[in-house]
Design a protein around this ligand. Structure first.
Ligand SMILES: *[C@@H]1O[C@H](CO)[C@@H](O)[C@H](O)[C@H]1NC(C)=O
Ligand SMILES: *[C@@H]1O[C@H](CO)[C@@H](O)[C@H](O)[C@H]1NC(C)=O
Ligand SMILES: *[C@@H]1O[C@H](CO)[C@@H](O)[C@H](O)[C@H]1NC(C)=O
Length: 349
């Protein structure tokens, strides 16, 4: 794709988007907290910080046997009213040369399919491909490894970063997600005004297990790579799921002055584990109302539009922005911090 001009790529993507309907919508910040009901259920508080979006029943423990996201949530920070799922990732921090850290703000994305408005948070895609079977209640999964430090152990086609030289989130930069010059590492270039992170989940299921001990082996990647809807599934994981993609726009504009950057050669941008792109990860807990996601896939509901055939209602930003919950870990996560929020001090407080 690299040889295509920007205009050609944009035209191609617009064409694909028209040919292949998919859900694409914004989710605002529900909370930023050291909580992880998937990997560390019950733990107060988890070793690193997450940014979480979706239904407001999100909590420290979400036992799939008793925690029904749909009935326990009274609102969602995502645009579709019927989506009470939770989605979360690590948080990006800027490291000042003086040793202080600052959380990087997240903004909605633009792109050829139009601008998404969110207050913090991220953009979510559900991409169907042929006959697609929606997740069942209790389904959960994660991708990425929060302790990995080796970029070579990450498939660039699934988790990647792109440098955005524009401060305008509506200016589309580059080709298909996780193609071309996208990198596993977080870009380290003062010309980046925003850094787009893409996390593409596996779209093939074993058809039996709603979860697995490592939260990954019940799912698998299909053939092909990138945001292609998942491709053909292997016989071990024959059930085709919607392909979920997270897209995060980290607005690094206010940190682009190289004079602020670490002088010891360490990275200016790290995730909340104090590791770069190699440790990027995404977590998902399914929580769509009834069979609304299945109907959305069957009826090829598109983007963040109302979709009567599936009973989907798209909420205005004021509505989903207003859905937030209280941070539980007693520690600051905003402004200049003397350490990443993973310290013992915060845990004792
Ligand atoms: C979270 O769980 C605690 C008990 O573990 C409960 O007191 C609290 O109400 C829950 N919060 C939400 C938002 O459900
Ligand atoms: C580091 O620099 C920032 C930005 O100027 C400042 O707000 C913060 O207090 C400084 N931290 C230390 C430890 O000096
Ligand atoms: C990104 O941050 C810069 C500097 O704080 C700000 O001027 C700009 O409006 C922000 N961009 C978006 C899309 O929010």
């Amino acid at each position: 794709m690299q040889w295509l001009s920007l205009a050609a790529v944009t035209a191609l993507l617009a064409q694909n988007a028209a040919a292949q309907n998919m859900l694409r919508f914004a989710c605002s910040q529900l909370v930023v907290d050291r909580v992880d009901p998937l990997v560390n259920p019950g733990m107060t508080y988890t070793p690193h910080l997450h940014q979480i979006v979706g239904g407001n029943s999100f909590n420290i423990s979400m036992d799939p046997a008793s925690h029904d996201l749909v009935s326990k949530s009274t609102c969602t920070s995502c645009s579709f009213q019927e989506d009470l799922s939770n989605y979360w990732t690590a948080v990006m921090f800027f490291k000042h040369k003086n040793g202080s850290y600052h959380r990087v703000r997240q903004v909605g994305n633009g792109g050829p399919q139009g601008r998404l408005i969110n207050n913090g948070g991220l953009d979510i895609y559900y991409i169907p491909n042929g006959k697609t079977t929606a997740f069942r209640p209790g389904f959960r999964m994660l991708i990425g490894n929060a302790v990995n430090t080796d970029n070579n152990k990450v498939q660039k086609a699934n988790i990647c970063h792109r440098c955005w030289n524009s401060v305008n989130e509506n200016t589309f930069v580059g080709g298909a997600p996780c193609s071309g010059s996208d990198t596993v590492a977080i870009p380290k270039d003062p010309s980046c005004k925003m850094i787009r992170q893409t996390i593409i989940f596996p779209a093939c299921w074993d058809g039996r297990n709603l979860d697995s001990p490592d939260h990954t082996s019940h799912v698998a990647y299909g053939q092909g790579s990138g945001a292609n809807g998942g491709g053909a599934c292997p016989s071990s994981h024959p059930v085709k799921l919607p392909q979920i993609m997270y897209e995060l726009m980290w607005n690094v504009t206010e940190f682009s002055d190289r004079n602020m950057w670490p002088t010891d050669g360490s990275d200016p941008f790290v995730y909340s584990m104090n590791i770069g792109g190699a440790a990027a990860h995404g977590d998902y807990v399914f929580g769509w109302k009834g069979d609304s996601l299945q109907k959305a896939m069957d009826n090829r509901c598109n983007l963040n539009n109302d979709c009567p055939a599936a009973g989907l209602h798209s909420q205005p930003p004021e509505k989903y922005n207003a859905c937030t919950i209280k941070q539980q870990a007693p520690e600051p996560v905003d402004g200049w911090l003397s350490a990443l929020p993973m310290g013992e001090g915060a845990m004792r407080a």
